[in-house]
Design a protein around this ligand. Sequence first.
Ligand SMILES: [Zn+2]
Length: 154
Amino acid sequence: MVAEQEAGVAIEGDKQWPRLEPISTGIRGRCPRCGQGHLFKSFLKLADGCDVCGLSYAFADPADGPAFFVIIFGCVPAVTFALLLEIAWTPPLWVHLATSVPFLILTCVLPLRPLKGWLVCSQFFFKAREGRIAEPWHPYGADGPAVMPAKNPW
Ligand SMILES: [Zn+2]
């Protein structure tokens, strides 16, 4: 648990970690806390934890976020290209194998890992997690009266 945050430094226990931008650590597949350890143990499978600082990656759950971004910004243009190519020129199959298939791989498979790394590092950076039921707030200490959080008017 981060006890205190100062300008650019996260203090956790007696150690200080630099606040690393998720885009720089995620794209390189590095640990979001130390920036040194590996985030992945295979192409898309996350490691259990950082091999340098010991941060557990149990918090990481990008779900289908990387696939969503790849579908919207990679797959749709690549399939559109293949369809337009087929409609415009009706080329033989080898043309699609030489153009459409590599274009699909470049735009749909290769971006998955950096996108997943970026989303996991963003989860750590912004402390994103599932919602929890708020506990009563004790503004006058543990012995004082509890105040329930205000209900969301929406
Ligand atoms: Zn680390």
